[in-house]
Design a protein around this ligand. Sequence first.
Ligand SMILES: [Zn+2]
Length: 321
Amino acid sequence: MKSSLRVGMLVVESGEKQYGPLKIAARADGSDIFIPLMIINGREDGPILNISGGCHGDEFEGMEAVRRIYRAIDPNELKGAIIGSPVVNTPALEVGQRCSYVDQYNLNRCFPGKENGFLTERFAYVYFNEVIRKADYVMDFHGGGNIMCLAPIAIYRDIGGENVAKKAEELVKATGIDLVWKGSGGWIGPISLEAQKIGIPAITVEVAGEARVRESVIQQFETMIYNVLSYFRMIQGEPDLPKKVQFFEGTFINCTNGGFYQQSVDLKEMVKKGDLLATICNVYGEVVEEIRAPFEGIVCSKRTFGTIEPGGWTLMIGKLL
Ligand SMILES: [Zn+2]
């Protein structure tokens, strides 16, 4: 008999599923601040897959996919287990923003967290130690939040040793996404990067955004999960995979001046070095900045929020590898 799975206060026997809170702290009024968990412990042995949604509080489509998978999967037909969270960053969700309203920290720059740090650092610490460390594979779901829309892309990194990097590449290909950012370990703090540093193959998935909840996008996230589950033989069936995966190296272009933003290129459009991508106007309608392609590549994101702050993200261009 396969053993039970314990995460925080939740104990899920094999062949069962259970959802509930992973407590982080209490508010002044006594109510709990928590991370909601949705756990399916399969009847038979297999890998443990973590699916994290809502690390940013304004990226709703991946959150819904995690909830749907929990309802749809029968633990008696699952090998291994799924530890999902529809919303890791609940204080950010409460205000519909990317970051927590409590300390303004970006949770996806705080992993592996600090036990005695600010609240967001504590979220990262508890989630990393209680959930991520138990996983064999990690998928972290994102989108463009309030300000942008992204082409379906996945990010994996060539770090953590050859074997781990290879498994991460296998995981990213198993999603069925055909546009993949091959990154390195240059940043600090994202879930997927820090998981891989400790030997757990991990990827970030980015689809759509604009703070919307489109049925078609939710289904794209669901399809990725089913692809991964069937690829690793956790459920029956065959993954639906593309014939070719295009790898790229992404660059976010930051503007110098704030103003009214208008982007003239669309998702997945190919651009040449020097092409005009977007303009920024001041309040009188005068063009204060032109954003031009720094190299030949593919447009991976579109800023859809009408204004931009000085130094803000305009769009991301991928240099095809
Ligand atoms: Zn995000």
